[in-house]
Design a protein around this ligand. Structure first.
Ligand SMILES: [Zn+2]
Length: 70
């Protein structure tokens, strides 16, 4: 039980990372782009596979979501 907190934080960090990676894209197309449409950065393969029609990297996706929330 001693390292329970450490383990929990570890799991939480892993979960956060995964949820960012798997964040749904705005596009509903079928084919994911290899590179972000907005900044040209490469989109991680895990994200491309998980989200069909993904066109934005995690950073750009977040920015757009942040802007659209206002
Ligand atoms: Zn981008």
């Amino acid at each position: 039980m001693v390292d329970f907190v450490d383990r929990a934080q570890e799991l939480e960090a892993a979960h956060l990372e995964r949820s960012l990676l798997m964040r749904p894209c705005l596009s509903n197309g079928r084919i994911s782009l290899q590179r972000c449409e907005a900044c040209g950065d490469e989109i991680p393969e895990a994200r491309r596979v998980a989200i069909q029609g993904c066109e934005l990297c995690v950073e750009c996706q977040e920015q757009i979501e942040r802007m659209s929330r206002r």
